[in-house]
Design a protein around this ligand. Structure first.
Ligand SMILES: Cc1cc2nc3c(=O)[nH]c(=O)nc-3n(C[C@H](O)[C@H](O)[C@H](O)COP(=O)(O)OP(=O)(O)OC[C@H]3O[C@@H](n4cnc5c(N)ncnc54)[C@H](O)[C@@H]3O)c2cc1C
Length: 320
């Protein structure tokens, strides 16, 4: 086991040889060499620069709501950039927020400030950093549409401030998936709006989500597993992956403790006995059956972390 000596003044909270499962919404996954908890942008910068100095490899997670961590865990350190306390500041009609802040806390704050309109993102679990990485969205809108700029830290510790357009956003995609840069903080550009109307929209959206999605605080899942499918329509008119999955009878599929949510064929659930490998195998079967029936390659939205039996050779990163 690698022990890292952090200078005392950094006051870093590190759990050596610890399970990642509690830090994911699937509640699955083996150990990391160490989990380093960072809430503020300064802590994250200090930790990244120290890990670089010590030549220690690491990956970053946020709320763990869009990942499946391997049962074998990962042979590296994991920085968990997450904060229960929101770090936000209004400057005119912009809001500056740390990547560790929960996305839903950002939504609440902007509504409270009478700034529109991130209400579509109400109830999406995870952090602002994770949402920017995957260009999170719902109800035809995506987080990138409101993002002005981000402050990134590269894996080697260099700081970069870049405009949103330079992250090459697409549907559930950004260049962060390839660059491995980390979102330290972000600036959202918003428009003054009626607080009561915004709050009304939030309440409606939270109600819709309660009807259609599992309650991730009690039920183990990572939301939609596959991206909706581009059938040649404009981006926000993609065809739901769930329609294709319904056609192949996904709701009746099961691999040990992994099964499909009864209200939504694109959501994989884990029971108390499930292994991460079960999720991998069930998702592979779902994708294969859609390929066979529709000659369509479903793309994953959820990221796998670490090694799985049957992992495709071309997927060589720790996060893939
Ligand atoms: C019940 C449920 C409903 C959901 N509904 C939606 C929905 O409507 N729309 C939607 O888009 N998603 C949805 N999701 C998926 C998930 O909540 C989002 O993708 C979320 O934005 C992931 O954020 P996270 O912090 O949890 O990321 P994690 O799962 O922790 O990480 C995901 C990826 O982001 C990277 N990452 C995390 N933080 C950073 C950072 N600071 N800088 C750079 N990279 C980072 C990680 O390396 C990893 O590759 C849902 C999930 C659940 C469980």
């Amino acid at each position: 086991m690698v022990e890292i000596k952090f200078p005392k003044n950094l006051s870093v909270n590190i759990q050596y040889d610890s399970e990642l499962a509690p830090f994911t919404t699937f509640k699955l996954g083996g150990k990391a060499e160490g989990i380093i908890h960072c809430a503020t942008s300064q802590q994250l910068q200090n930790v990244v620069s120290h890990l670089n100095k010590e030549n220690v490899g690491f990956i970053v997670i946020g709320g763990g709501s869009n990942i499946v961590v391997s049962d074998a865990g990962v042979n590296c350190f994991v920085i968990r950039y997450f904060s229960e306390t929101p770090f936000l500041e209004r400057q005119n009609d912009d809001v500056i927020v740390f990547g560790s802040t929960k996305l839903d806390d950002l939504v609440s704050f902007t509504i409270d400030q009478g700034l529109g309109d991130l209400s579509f993102a109400s109830g999406i679990p995870g952090t602002v950093g994770g949402a920017i990485y995957g260009n999170a969205g719902a109800f035809g809108k995506q987080i990138s549409e409101y993002l002005k700029s981000v402050l990134l830290i590269t894996a080697s510790g260099e700081l970069k401030e870049i405009e949103a357009k330079d992250l090459c956003f697409q549907y559930r995609d950004s260049s962060l998936k390839r660059s491995k840069d980390i979102v330290l903080s972000a600036i959202f550009s918003l428009i003054p709006d009626d607080k009561d109307i915004l709050m009304g929209q939030r309440v409606k959206i939270l109600g819709e989500r309660r009807k259609k999605h599992p309650d991730w605080k009690r039920e183990r899942c990572a939301g939609s597993f596959f991206k909706n499918v581009d059938c040649g329509f404009p981006e926000n008119k993609r065809k739901s992956a769930g329609c294709f999955l319904d056609e192949i009878g996904a709701k009746n599929l099961k691999v040990n403790g992994a099964y499909v949510f009864e209200k939504h064929a694109n959501i994989i659930m884990a029971d108390e006995f499930a292994k991460a490998q079960d999720i991998f195998e069930l998702s592979s079967t779902m994708a294969l059956l859609v390929k066979e029936k529709f000659d369509l390659k479903l793309e994953r939205e959820v990221r796998f972390v670490g090694d799985f039996q049957g992992k495709p050779k071309e997927c060589n990163g720790i996060i893939w």
